[in-house]
Design a protein around this ligand. Structure first.
Ligand SMILES: Cc1cc2nc3c(=O)[nH]c(=O)nc-3n(C[C@H](O)[C@H](O)[C@H](O)COP(=O)(O)O)c2cc1C
Length: 326
């Protein structure tokens, strides 16, 4: 290898792309170590969600999404990449190792998706019910998931209503669960200049219940926000993997981000109705709805997007040990 170090601005731009990935409650639960051409992504154990994500699955999904963005950014800089997901079981916090290959050919599909990274935001506003999602877009999203080793299953009308019933079930379970509510209040609402979900990203309240979109609000002021009508027939799909080991969950995250960036390019936005997946018995019921074996990782609601406010991120330097800051 002619030079053992990547240019600092390249490292910076790859990490910036990685941290733009979605994460539950925008906890950004990653840290990175850069050594020569190798970038390791670790879980940041100070950013867990013990009540809502006790097994860390959501963190591993976020890690996979960050890894996918990093690969896209590397391709945009002209690099090929080689990577392993959760490569060493004896090191459970090391969720991905990405080797940047200056001499191999960059993946053109990833290079094209890199352009979409700044435009992807979780969109919790109502969809335009007059414009159904075109079939070629649905197929493209299925292929995007498949390319990263996961399956995206579109739900029919009866299954969508079953999911909404499961949402109701989840909300009933949450009523007396102060631990879950306190955790959410810690991360959601207010200004949130560097992390968490700001009030501006909550979208309007739904005038009917259960709604096609998850209402993340916990604060009294957010509960009083503007009310509107959401689509009654949301376009929902379930992202699942065949197995449920840590590496499968990281792969699910990569698939999620590939699906989301592909959707963004097609003018389609997404939000998530994941609350049933936070309970094991309901998660199994969601997977049954897909009529395939496997493990449900995300319930995604797709909608026609309009430009909307994003959520903030911490600085790249905050994700690196002091000695590795570019
Ligand atoms: C594993 C995972 C689970 C999530 N679950 C939900 C959810 O149930 N409801 C929701 O509205 N957003 C959910 N999100 C979206 C995050 O809140 C969002 O990614 C984060 O606030 C950052 O905002 P952004 O996606 O606009 O960049 C989830 C994201 C991930 C990665």
């Amino acid at each position: 290898m002619p030079d053992q170090h990547l240019p600092a601005d390249h490292v910076d731009s790859m990490l910036e792309a990685a941290i733009a990935a979605p994460s539950m409650h925008n906890t950004q639960p990653w840290r990175f170590e850069v050594a020569g051409h190798v970038i390791d992504l670790f879980l940041d154990g100070t950013r867990t969600l013990p009540a809502e994500d006790p097994t860390g699955r959501a963190m591993r999904i976020a890690a996979g999404a960050a890894t996918f963005n990093l690969r896209c950014a590397a391709a945009a800089l002209g690099y090929g990449t080689w990577y392993g997901l959760a490569p060493y079981p004896e090191q459970p916090d090391l969720l991905a190792r990405i080797v940047i290959e200056p001499t191999s050919t960059p993946d053109e599909a990833l290079r094209a998706l890199a352009e979409q990274i700044p435009h992807r935001h979780t969109d919790r506003r109502p969809s335009d019910p007059t414009t159904p999602l075109a079939q070629p877009i649905r197929v493209a999203l299925v292929h995007a998931a498949y390319a990263e080793g996961a399956e995206l299953t579109w739900l029919g009308e009866p299954e969508v209503h079953t999911v909404l019933d499961l949402v109701l079930d989840t909300d009933l379970r949450e009523i007396g669960d102060w631990h879950r509510r306190a955790e959410r209040a810690h991360w959601v609402g207010g200004d949130r200049p560097t992390e968490g979900i700001p009030s501006t990203a909550l979208g309007p309240r739904s005038a009917s219940y259960p709604a096609a979109v998850r209402d993340m609000a916990t604060r009294p002021a957010d509960r009083m926000r503007q009310e509107t009508t959401f689509e009654t027939h949301p376009d929902l799909a379930v992202l699942s993997t065949d197995y449920d080991q840590p590496a499968d969950q990281v792969a699910a995250g990569a698939a999620l981000e590939r699906v989301l960036l592909t959707a963004t390019r097609a003018g389609v936005s997404a939000s998530f109705l994941n609350q049933p997946l936070e309970f094991d018995d309901l998660r199994r019921k969601v997977q049954l709805l897909t009529q395939r074996p496997g493990h449900a990782d995300m319930i995604i609601r797709f909608a026609h997007s309009r430009p909307g406010p994003g959520t903030a991120r911490r600085q790249v330097a905050d994700f690196l040990p002091a000695k590795e800051q570019p």
